[in-house]
Design a protein around this ligand. Structure first.
Ligand SMILES: C[S@@+](CC[C@H](N)C(=O)[O-])C[C@H]1O[C@@H](n2cnc3c(N)ncnc32)[C@H](O)[C@@H]1O
Ligand code: SF4
Ligand code: SF4
Length: 353
């Protein structure tokens, strides 16, 4: 197998679109070209829907340097099975090139993906957009085009209680990288929900782009069901996030208000029962096999799912509401630049509420 790869020229498939991209870069520069292509993709996906496999995740490793209390990943016995080698993974991606796999957006997860930095660097070249979900305890590589999502589960004492002593200080050091696109991501559970505002305050002036919130998803077979907040508290958590977003932190909270509303108990079950993410996304496990129904694996309790993705995708189906949300967000940015605007009536905002 290694021999075959050595002899074969590997790398992302070059399409007609790539040729136009390169031509445009020469003419108007890379940054502008990227913006145009992003807008084009958004319009295309909006009109025709995302193609199957346009987004998804790869568990690039079954190893992790931590054992967090809430983690779904170790509900499986992945570590007992060998993971694909670097060349086997590249061969897997090469074989996808023979299909109509869209190679659009990939989230690199695991385990801890930065334990296989070299491989992730090779694999990322196949996709147009890449996201790395990391525990932040390993130095971040110099990848300015990538979106890093560092998991932070509350204040230092709380984070270390969930993830292990000393983790928080490592994150503070590794996240001080103004040269990179970094978000912080908190999984809210019964243990840490009181830390939400503290967490935002702690990170809002540290140069990260924003913060993401998800809610603990119970996974059968793991001894962590006590982290599930219950429906009533879950709704209160979502109300708190909505209030903080609307009244104080705006777009620094990276989850749209509409998505937070859809996650509430009166709506969420219909959405997770008909999970769009499960239908359209790709997820590979560390052996390169399709992981079903999603990256959280078959033991995840869909009805109590706290992942934002199904709700995000559901919201996108309602294009008009998302367009309004976008207008509100643009207005917030304008107000931030020119506070005098805030005294004018907020027409768009009132319509959505
Ligand atoms: C499995 S981890 C892999 C990436 C990396 N090791 C990390 O911790 O960010 C991906 C994300 O899933 C989250 N996660 C793990 N178990 C979860 C659960 N039961 N419910 C919701 N999110 C969970 C983690 O907090 C992390 O943000
Ligand atoms: S660092 Fe990530 S993969 Fe590792 S145990 Fe924690 S949540 Fe799971
Ligand atoms: S756990 Fe959540 S994201 Fe995964 S398939 Fe179920 S509802 Fe969808």
């Amino acid at each position: 197998m290694i021999k075959t790869l050595e002899n074969k020229k590997t790398g992302p498939k070059r399409t007609f679109r790539d040729k136009i991209f390169d031509y445009s870069c020469q003419k108007i520069g890379k940054q502008r070209t990227k913006t145009f292509f992003k807008l084009y993709d958004l319009a295309r996906f909006d009109l025709f829907g995302k193609p199957k496999g346009a987004i998804g995740s790869i568990d690039i490793t079954n190893r992790c340097n931590l054992r967090c209390k809430h983690c779904y990943f170790y509900a499986h016995d992945y570590e007992k099975q060998p993971e694909l080698t670097d060349d086997e993974w590249i061969e897997k991606l090469e074989s996808l090139k023979e299909t109509d796999f869209p190679f659009y957006q990939c989230s690199w997860v695991g385990g801890e993906p930065l334990l296989r930095k070299d491989l992730v660097e090779r694999g990322m070249k196949y996709f147009k957009s890449n996201l790395i979900a990391t525990n932040g305890t390993i130095e971040l590589p110099n990848w300015p085009d990538v979106n890093f999502y560092i998991s932070v589960d509350g204040r230092k004492e709380m984070h270390d209680a969930i993830r292990g002593k000393g983790c928080y200080d490592k994150i503070l050091k590794n996240a001080s990288r103004p040269d990179l696109k970094i978000h912080v991501s908190m999984v809210v559970n019964k243990m840490n929900y009181q830390d939400i505002e503290y967490f935002i305050e702690e990170w809002k002036d540290r140069g990260v782009k924003g913060c993401l919130f998800q809610i603990h998803t119970p996974v059968k077979g793991l001894q962590n069901d006590d982290l599930w907040p219950g429906w009533q508290l879950r709704d209160e958590i979502l109300d708190t996030l909505l209030k903080l977003k609307e009244e104080k932190y705006g777009d620094f909270i990276g989850v749209p208000g509409l998505v937070l509303k859809l996650m509430k108990s009166d709506k969420c079950k219909e959405i997770t029962r008909n999970c769009i993410f499960k239908k359209v996304a790709f997820c590979f496990d560390p052996q390169g096999q399709i992981k079903k129904p999603c990256m959280m694996g078959p033991q995840a309790d869909c009805l109590r799912c706290g992942c934002v993705l199904p709700f995000h995708m559901w919201a996108l189906e309602d294009k008009w509401l998302m367009a309004r949300e976008l207008l509100i967000s643009l207005r917030r940015k304008k107000v931030k630049k020119n506070p005098a605007i805030s005294s004018q009536p907020e027409r768009v905002g009132k319509e959505i509420r």
